[in-house]
Design a protein around this ligand. Structure first.
Ligand SMILES: Nc1ncnc2c1ncn2[C@@H]1O[C@H](COP(=O)(O)OP(=O)(O)O)[C@@H](O)[C@H]1O
Ligand SMILES: O=P(O)(O)OC[C@H](O)CO
Length: 494
């Protein structure tokens, strides 16, 4: 009998594979960090072959660790860092260039030109997105325009494009399937989220041939089959990681929301069958669903969340293990007036400034390493606060509490500070690998492992509730300082 789901979570920092049973217990897990390539200031790349190889390796490692028979795996669910663009040769299967990562800013001027030429409103209406270098379309255009021979090859239908899910599906099925799901398509700035089709006007504007693009399916769907040690296992669930996390947190119904603290921070609210248009700097996107019926979400995207901790670890060398950030931050009573705005790759929602860059302000002769570490952690909470405030202004409804997940949500200092800033409870679930869990649910629903959403909803359970504990004067004073700090970093590169 098939009893397990194998979830592949290809995130920005690492590739992970997790085997879940029907009660959402983790049977085995494997993880590998991924090399980040920074070829120029503001550019971010990854090696697509490393993405695939690391994902394949952790998949096999998790299977081996679990000791289960592969025939007991009912399905594979895939979830992925979104927007990151891979272009490869459809015959040889070789990428023509590195993957251009969602954080990369190389297409800022290209996007600014689209807006200057008067296409901004159409992009917003058709795709639900704010025109920004974040999204995939301009990254594809950059590859076609700048990699030798790529434009000609694309014109001869020799190239394929995919977000990371598509690349993994294509590799895992030995080049049999070129497909993506609605959630990933909705991040390309090429997909019309109302007509549910690739948008000819946007393709033409960005010079992208339609035959490079994958087929688009619902998130819970049989995409193809993966040969695993002689057994054929279906890929039955695919979703961008933030939509998968929304699903994994069981936010199935209108008004339910979560915030994920991974490389970036992403607040998503399910808005049901209504594509809500933000007036406060959020974007409209497609949510992962268990059926053909489309649900939409309102999203606030912060580009540098947990990544600021990685920066302190790898570039500043303030500590060697990210978990130590909490201990070090708690060695000082406050930041000593220091603010760090980690606009390393510009600022996303609600500011949308492709030219902002990071700053540390408020330094004094007494500033210590610990103050900066604390300011870095607090910056994650401030940015998330800005998202919640924008979402509440858009929907006119205050969130009762904030459900959280992702790697940095394990930092209890950060979660407590988040509750203090918001003046709202922060709820951390027992399974914080919610992204992988969401992909597992989507796959499991497609193959009948779970009967329906209500059965899954009952599985959610809380590990910790963080309750606010900060007086109002201090809270408003801190937020005021944050706003002033942000003001200093906007437009820096211009
Ligand atoms: N204890 C911690 N405190 C703060 N940040 C952390 C901690 N542990 C991990 N992180 C951060 O969380 C991120 C990894 O979270 P994860 O959900 O795996 O992200 P992704 O899916 O983007 O790869 C990294 O950026 C890392 O710096
Ligand atoms: O790698 P994560 O989990 O921070 O997610 C990245 C997002 O999908 C980018 O949109």
């Amino acid at each position: 009998m098939n009893r397990y789901i194998l979830a592949l979570d290809q995130g920005t920092t690492s590739s992970r594979a997790i085997i879940f049973d029907k009660r959402q217990s983790i049977i085995a897990m494997a993880q590998r960090e991924l090399q980040q390539i920074f070829p120029q200031e503001g550019w971010v790349e990854q090696d697509p072959m490393e993405i695939y190889a690391s994902q394949y390796a952790v998949m096999m490692e998790a299977v081996t660790k679990s000791g289960i028979d592969i025939r007991e795996i009912a399905a594979i669910g895939i979830t992925n860092q979104r927007e990151t663009a891979v272009v490869w040769d459809r015959t040889t299967g070789r990428p023509v260039y590195n993957a251009i990562v969602w954080q990369c800013r190389r297409t800022s001027d290209l996007v600014a030109a689209l807006v200057r030429d008067g296409h901004g409103d159409y992009i917003r209406e058709a795709t639900g997105l704010v025109p920004d270098a974040y999204f995939s379309g301009p990254k594809i255009k950059w590859i076609l325009d700048n990699v030798e021979g790529a434009g000609d090859k694309a014109a001869r239908s020799e190239l394929l494009f995919g977000t990371v899910d598509t690349w993994l599906i294509w590799k895992l099925t030995n080049g049999q399937v070129h497909a993506t799901d609605y959630t990933n398509a909705s991040r390309t700035m090429l997909y019309n989220i109302h007509t549910l089709s690739w948008d000819d006007r946007l393709l033409e504007l960005q010079g992208i041939p339609r035959d490079m693009l994958p087929e688009v399916h619902p998130s819970s769907h049989i995409y193809g089959y993966v040969p695993l040690q002689g057994v054929i296992v279906p890929i039955a669930g695919v979703a961008g990681d933030q939509q998968a996390a929304l699903f994994g947190q069981t936010c199935f119904y209108e008004g339910e929301a979560k915030n994920t603290y991974g490389t970036g921070c992403f607040l998503l609210m399910n808005t049901g069958d209504t594509p809500v248009v933000s007036r406060n700097g959020l974007i409209t996107t497609i949510a992962a669903g268990a059926s053909e019926k489309i649900a939409y979400a309102l999203e606030g995207s912060v580009f540098t969340g947990g990544a600021v901790v990685q920066w302190l670890r790898d570039e500043m060398r303030f500590f060697s293990d990210s978990a130590d950030a909490e201990f070090l931050a708690c060695k000082v009573r406050d930041t000593g007036g220091v603010y760090l705005v980690p606009a390393f790759t510009g600022l996303g929602a609600p500011y949308w400034d492709m030219y902002a860059r990071g700053i540390v302000v408020g330094l004094t002769r007494g500033t210590k390493r610990e103050h900066i570490i604390r300011a870095a952690l607090e910056s994650i909470a401030y940015q998330s606060y800005d998202l919640v405030a924008a979402m509440e202004r858009d929907t006119g409804t205050p969130l009762n509490a904030l459900s959280v997940d992702g790697g940095a949500s394990q930092n209890s200092f950060l979660m407590q500070f988040q509750a203090d800033l918001l003046g709202r409870d922060v709820l951390r679930p027992r399974v914080y690998e919610t992204t992988a869990l969401g992909a597992a649910y989507l796959a499991g629903l497609a193959v009948g492992m779970w009967r329906g959403l209500d059965e899954i909803k009952r599985l959610w359970s809380m590990e910790h509730r963080f309750e606010p504990n900060m007086d109002e004067a201090r809270r408003t004073g801190l937020l005021d300082g944050w706003r002033r700090a942000v003001g200093h970093c906007l437009g820096w590169r211009e």
